[in-house]
Design a protein around this ligand. Structure first.
Ligand SMILES: Cc1ncc(COP(=O)(O)O)c(C=O)c1O
Length: 394
């Protein structure tokens, strides 16, 4: 199909839930993508924080092919090795003791919310409320859009589930007031992604952990966007000095195949029993094989040292652009998630980057979000920074 045929057919038959960029992609390799016209793009977007190992990473493609040739699906009423191995890898590389697998970030958070409610139910029944942060994003199911701290995602979907409350992000005093004896869990992104790449003050997550402990509240970290190496460690919470009770992952977990995970400490995880939660496709054997290969690649010696060095180059380059550009108000982020905060709307600059062959996106209207793959080369990083400089320093 040509680009014109693809867009005409998609616009005719797909529900209009996305404002799409007029590019039809056909192929990718590492940090580069090609469209139907064979035009090359440098990828500073990673399919929205999904292709953290770049496009077509050899070890992941091999694992997918081998598994697909053997078995595409195993029901959750039977055992299979990739799912077991993946759960073991996630637990041995995190605070967690057990994992539940779904298919997406929203499902991972839905499971986390259900697990927290179930924990409240089994501990006196008073604790039902979920407290989350304004500006957060947790998904599009009814429960997760209710937990999302952005009014715009809820418009038209009432009546919504009850038992959700919001606090301003990075505000410790607000947490002091909000966590009560009816609170089951505090749900936070360690860095807000969709909210505009907002990094909280270093003491915020520590205070959240302390208050949750003092008040008997579970702490859930949503690492759907900032987990899986994005911030320079396998999980973002590792850099905060505190661990959650529950953590959610998706996006980059299986390098592009649909997979979500809800990780928890033993005592919390065991509040789920047979029949309390489930998903036909959750932990799919091919997706699990892809995720095993993804994690094994990331935990190999030297991987994160390289990511951290790339991150230093990225942030130095962005800081230099910020000092030179009259359009840029500041730079935020950690590791290979960065936000260039603009004085005005960012959409036209996203288009200008596209014209120059660089894929980026804009979130929270004024924040150009940069998510290069963790395997990007220094030369590609420099090329992307040069394009950003050209677009933002007229
Ligand atoms: C932090 C966070 N949580 C949850 C989600 C929802 O993930 P999914 O689109 O896979 O349902 C997203 C998606 O952008 C996200 O950024």
């Amino acid at each position: 199909m040509t680009h014109t045929e693809i867009t005409a057919t998609a616009d005719r038959y797909l529900m209009p839930t996305y404002a799409r960029v007029p590019v039809s992609l056909v192929r990718g390799e590492g940090a580069r993508l090609w469209d139907t016209e064979n035009r090359e793009y440098l990828d500073f977007f990673s399919g929205l924080a999904v292709t953290n190992l770049g496009h077509a990473p050899a070890a992941v493609v091999r694992a997918i092919n081998e598994q697909a040739a053997r078995l595409l699906h195993v029901s959750n009423l039977h055992y299979c090795a990739p799912e077991a191995r993946l759960a073991e890898l996630l637990c041995t590389h995190s605070f967690a003791d057990r994992v539940f697998f779904g298919n997406s970030g929203a499902e991972a958070n839905e499971a986390a919310i259900k697990l927290a409610r179930r924990w409240g139910h089994l501990h006196g029944g008073q604790r039902t409320d979920i407290v989350s942060a304004l500006g957060s994003f947790h998904g599009r199911t009814l429960a997760t859009l209710t937990a999302t701290g952005q009014e715009k995602v809820r418009v038209g979907f009432q009546p919504l589930p009850t038992g959700f409350r919001y606090v301003p992000y990075d505000d410790i005093a607000a947490l002091e007031d909000a966590l009560t004896d009816t609170t089951a869990a505090l749900l936070l992104e360690p860095i807000q992604g969709e909210g505009g790449v907002v990094v909280p003050s270093p003491e915020y997550l520590t205070a959240a952990r302390r208050l949750c402990d003092e008040r008997g509240v579970l702490l859930i970290f949503d690492e759907v966007q900032v987990g899986m190496g994005r911030t320079g460690t396998l999980f973002a919470y590792e850099q905060s000095g505190v661990a959650p009770d529950i953590m959610t992952l998706a996006k980059a977990l299986a390098s592009g195949l649909p997979l979500g995970a809800t990780l928890a400490r033993e005592e919390v995880a065991n509040c789920f029993g047979p029949g309390t939660h489930g998903s036909t496709f959750g932990g799919n054997v091919v997706a699990a094989a892809a995720a095993v290969a993804t994690i094994e690649t990331m935990v190999a010696d030297g991987f994160f040292a390289t990511v951290q060095s790339l991150a230093t180059t990225l942030h130095e380059g962005l800081a230099a652009i910020a000092t030179r550009s009259p359009l840029v108000a500041g730079v935020r982020g950690r590791g290979l998630i960065a936000g260039l905060v603009l004085h005005g709307p960012g959409a036209t600059h996203v288009d200008a980057c596209l014209t120059e062959g660089l894929l980026i996106n804009c979130t929270a209207e004024r924040v150009l979000r940069l998510l290069p793959p963790l395997i990007i080369t220094n030369a590609e990083l420099a090329r992307g920074l040069a394009i950003l400089e050209k677009v933002l320093c007229p």
